[in-house]
Design a protein around this ligand. Structure first.
Ligand code: ZN
Ligand code: ZN
Length: 212
Protein backbone atom coordinates (compact mmCIF):
# COMPACT_ATOMS: atom_id res chain seq x y z
CA UNK A 1 0.00 0.00 0.00
CA UNK A 2 1.07 3.56 -0.68
CA UNK A 3 1.47 5.99 2.21
CA UNK A 4 2.51 9.62 2.40
CA UNK A 5 3.42 12.27 4.91
CA UNK A 6 3.51 15.97 4.12
CA UNK A 7 5.95 18.45 5.66
CA UNK A 8 5.73 22.19 5.02
CA UNK A 9 9.24 23.38 4.11
CA UNK A 10 10.95 26.74 3.53
CA UNK A 11 9.66 30.20 4.42
CA UNK A 12 6.96 29.61 1.77
CA UNK A 13 5.53 26.65 3.76
CA UNK A 14 5.65 24.48 0.68
CA UNK A 15 4.09 21.03 1.14
CA UNK A 16 6.85 18.53 0.46
CA UNK A 17 5.52 14.97 0.61
CA UNK A 18 7.36 11.78 1.42
CA UNK A 19 5.58 8.89 -0.34
CA UNK A 20 6.38 5.24 0.30
CA UNK A 21 5.49 1.61 -0.34
CA UNK A 22 4.92 -0.27 2.92
CA UNK A 23 5.96 -3.60 1.40
CA UNK A 24 9.49 -2.47 0.51
CA UNK A 25 9.72 0.70 2.66
CA UNK A 26 11.17 2.49 -0.38
CA UNK A 27 10.35 6.20 -0.45
CA UNK A 28 10.38 9.14 -2.84
CA UNK A 29 10.28 12.78 -1.81
CA UNK A 30 8.13 15.13 -3.84
CA UNK A 31 9.37 18.72 -4.14
CA UNK A 32 12.24 19.01 -1.62
CA UNK A 33 12.32 22.80 -1.77
CA UNK A 34 14.49 23.13 1.33
CA UNK A 35 14.76 22.17 5.02
CA UNK A 36 16.58 19.04 3.89
CA UNK A 37 17.67 18.03 7.39
CA UNK A 38 14.03 17.93 8.52
CA UNK A 39 13.01 15.89 5.48
CA UNK A 40 15.85 13.40 5.90
CA UNK A 41 15.14 13.11 9.65
CA UNK A 42 11.50 12.32 8.89
CA UNK A 43 12.51 9.65 6.36
CA UNK A 44 14.74 8.07 8.99
CA UNK A 45 12.09 8.38 11.70
CA UNK A 46 9.65 6.50 9.45
CA UNK A 47 12.24 3.78 8.81
CA UNK A 48 12.32 4.39 5.05
CA UNK A 49 14.94 4.18 2.33
CA UNK A 50 14.87 7.27 0.16
CA UNK A 51 15.22 6.21 -3.48
CA UNK A 52 14.20 9.18 -5.65
CA UNK A 53 13.28 12.85 -5.90
CA UNK A 54 10.11 13.64 -7.86
CA UNK A 55 9.46 17.24 -8.97
CA UNK A 56 6.18 18.91 -9.91
CA UNK A 57 7.88 22.07 -11.19
CA UNK A 58 11.09 24.03 -10.76
CA UNK A 59 10.10 27.05 -8.67
CA UNK A 60 12.55 27.65 -5.83
CA UNK A 61 10.21 26.64 -3.00
CA UNK A 62 9.61 23.25 -4.69
CA UNK A 63 12.98 22.46 -6.29
CA UNK A 64 15.48 24.53 -4.29
CA UNK A 65 16.92 21.63 -2.26
CA UNK A 66 16.98 19.16 -5.15
CA UNK A 67 20.57 19.49 -6.33
CA UNK A 68 21.99 19.25 -2.82
CA UNK A 69 19.78 16.34 -1.73
CA UNK A 70 20.45 14.38 -4.92
CA UNK A 71 24.16 14.76 -4.42
CA UNK A 72 24.09 14.02 -0.69
CA UNK A 73 22.17 10.73 -1.06
CA UNK A 74 22.98 9.85 -4.70
CA UNK A 75 19.33 10.06 -5.73
CA UNK A 76 17.86 10.20 -9.24
CA UNK A 77 15.86 13.35 -10.05
CA UNK A 78 12.59 12.48 -11.78
CA UNK A 79 10.74 15.36 -13.47
CA UNK A 80 9.47 17.87 -14.07
CA UNK A 81 8.57 18.22 -17.79
CA UNK A 82 11.17 19.83 -20.08
CA UNK A 83 9.07 23.01 -20.23
CA UNK A 84 10.61 23.99 -16.87
CA UNK A 85 14.24 23.84 -18.04
CA UNK A 86 14.48 27.65 -17.87
CA UNK A 87 13.26 27.64 -14.27
CA UNK A 88 15.94 25.07 -13.36
CA UNK A 89 18.56 27.27 -15.05
CA UNK A 90 17.29 30.21 -13.02
CA UNK A 91 17.40 28.47 -9.60
CA UNK A 92 20.50 30.40 -8.42
CA UNK A 93 18.79 33.71 -9.27
CA UNK A 94 15.49 32.53 -7.78
CA UNK A 95 17.21 31.71 -4.47
CA UNK A 96 18.92 35.11 -4.35
CA UNK A 97 15.71 36.96 -5.23
CA UNK A 98 13.58 35.24 -2.57
CA UNK A 99 16.20 35.05 0.20
CA UNK A 100 16.66 31.27 0.02
CA UNK A 101 19.96 29.48 0.70
CA UNK A 102 21.92 29.32 -2.57
CA UNK A 103 20.24 26.73 -4.82
CA UNK A 104 22.09 24.67 -7.39
CA UNK A 105 21.11 23.92 -10.93
CA UNK A 106 20.78 20.23 -11.76
CA UNK A 107 20.02 17.97 -14.65
CA UNK A 108 17.00 15.71 -14.18
CA UNK A 109 17.84 12.03 -14.53
CA UNK A 110 14.51 11.63 -16.29
CA UNK A 111 12.13 14.25 -17.68
CA UNK A 112 8.42 13.46 -17.44
CA UNK A 113 5.65 13.64 -20.00
CA UNK A 114 1.88 13.36 -19.87
CA UNK A 115 0.89 9.70 -19.50
CA UNK A 116 4.16 8.57 -17.92
CA UNK A 117 4.25 6.55 -14.72
CA UNK A 118 6.64 6.68 -11.77
CA UNK A 119 7.24 3.76 -9.44
CA UNK A 120 8.31 3.49 -5.82
CA UNK A 121 8.63 0.00 -4.36
CA UNK A 122 5.59 -1.88 -5.72
CA UNK A 123 3.48 1.26 -6.14
CA UNK A 124 2.90 3.14 -9.37
CA UNK A 125 1.68 6.71 -9.77
CA UNK A 126 0.43 8.33 -12.98
CA UNK A 127 1.90 11.53 -14.37
CA UNK A 128 -0.22 14.27 -15.93
CA UNK A 129 1.31 17.32 -17.59
CA UNK A 130 -0.56 20.35 -16.21
CA UNK A 131 0.96 23.53 -17.68
CA UNK A 132 -0.26 27.03 -16.84
CA UNK A 133 1.46 27.90 -13.54
CA UNK A 134 4.72 26.89 -15.24
CA UNK A 135 5.05 25.33 -18.72
CA UNK A 136 6.60 22.12 -17.38
CA UNK A 137 4.39 21.49 -14.36
CA UNK A 138 3.37 17.87 -13.74
CA UNK A 139 1.15 16.24 -11.11
CA UNK A 140 1.37 12.76 -9.58
CA UNK A 141 -1.86 10.75 -9.32
CA UNK A 142 -2.18 7.76 -6.99
CA UNK A 143 -5.61 6.26 -7.84
CA UNK A 144 -5.02 3.31 -5.47
CA UNK A 145 -5.42 5.69 -2.52
CA UNK A 146 -7.46 8.41 -4.31
CA UNK A 147 -4.76 11.03 -3.89
CA UNK A 148 -3.10 13.52 -6.24
CA UNK A 149 0.00 15.62 -5.56
CA UNK A 150 -0.73 18.72 -7.60
CA UNK A 151 1.96 21.27 -6.71
CA UNK A 152 0.87 24.81 -7.54
CA UNK A 153 -1.85 23.92 -10.07
CA UNK A 154 -4.79 23.99 -7.64
CA UNK A 155 -5.28 24.98 -4.00
CA UNK A 156 -8.18 24.69 -1.57
CA UNK A 157 -10.25 27.70 -2.66
CA UNK A 158 -7.73 29.05 -5.18
CA UNK A 159 -5.56 28.27 -8.20
CA UNK A 160 -1.89 28.75 -9.07
CA UNK A 161 -0.48 32.12 -10.06
CA UNK A 162 0.00 32.70 -13.76
CA UNK A 163 1.77 36.08 -13.67
CA UNK A 164 5.30 34.64 -13.82
CA UNK A 165 7.18 34.41 -17.14
CA UNK A 166 5.74 31.43 -19.00
CA UNK A 167 2.50 31.42 -17.00
CA UNK A 168 -0.78 31.08 -18.91
CA UNK A 169 -4.17 31.46 -17.25
CA UNK A 170 -6.28 29.65 -19.85
CA UNK A 171 -3.80 26.78 -19.98
CA UNK A 172 -4.03 26.45 -16.20
CA UNK A 173 -7.84 26.34 -16.28
CA UNK A 174 -7.69 23.71 -19.04
CA UNK A 175 -5.19 21.65 -17.04
CA UNK A 176 -7.50 21.68 -14.02
CA UNK A 177 -10.73 20.91 -15.84
CA UNK A 178 -9.36 18.45 -18.42
CA UNK A 179 -6.64 16.66 -16.44
CA UNK A 180 -7.55 16.95 -12.75
CA UNK A 181 -11.35 16.72 -12.73
CA UNK A 182 -11.37 13.37 -14.60
CA UNK A 183 -9.50 11.85 -11.61
CA UNK A 184 -12.85 12.00 -9.81
CA UNK A 185 -14.66 14.13 -7.25
CA UNK A 186 -13.60 11.81 -4.44
CA UNK A 187 -9.88 12.40 -5.07
CA UNK A 188 -8.09 14.17 -2.23
CA UNK A 189 -5.38 16.49 -3.52
CA UNK A 190 -2.25 17.65 -1.75
CA UNK A 191 -1.54 21.18 -2.98
CA UNK A 192 1.83 22.90 -2.93
CA UNK A 193 0.65 25.19 -0.15
CA UNK A 194 -2.12 25.05 2.44
CA UNK A 195 -4.62 22.36 3.39
CA UNK A 196 -5.79 19.33 1.41
CA UNK A 197 -9.19 19.32 -0.27
CA UNK A 198 -11.07 17.16 -2.79
CA UNK A 199 -11.68 17.85 -6.47
CA UNK A 200 -15.43 17.54 -5.77
CA UNK A 201 -15.33 20.29 -3.17
CA UNK A 202 -13.36 22.58 -5.49
CA UNK A 203 -15.75 21.89 -8.38
CA UNK A 204 -18.59 23.05 -6.15
CA UNK A 205 -17.02 26.01 -4.37
CA UNK A 206 -13.70 27.19 -5.84
CA UNK A 207 -14.32 30.74 -7.15
CA UNK A 208 -11.81 30.28 -10.00
CA UNK A 209 -12.87 26.89 -11.33
CA UNK A 210 -16.19 26.14 -9.62
CA UNK A 211 -18.99 24.80 -11.85
CA UNK A 212 -16.62 23.77 -14.59
ZN1 ZN B 1 5.21 27.44 -8.14
ZN1 ZN C 1 4.87 26.94 -4.58
Amino acid sequence: MLHYRTLPVTAFQQNSSIVWCDETMDAAVIDPGGDLDALVAEVQHLGLQLKAIWLTHAHIDHAGGTGELAERLSLPIIGPHTGDQYWINALPQQSAMFGFPPARQFTPTRWLQDGDTVTIGRETLHVRHCPGHTPGHVVFHAPQIDRAFVGDVLFAGSIGRTDFPGGNHQQLIDSITQRLWPMGDQTVFIPGHGPESTFGRERRSNPYVGNT
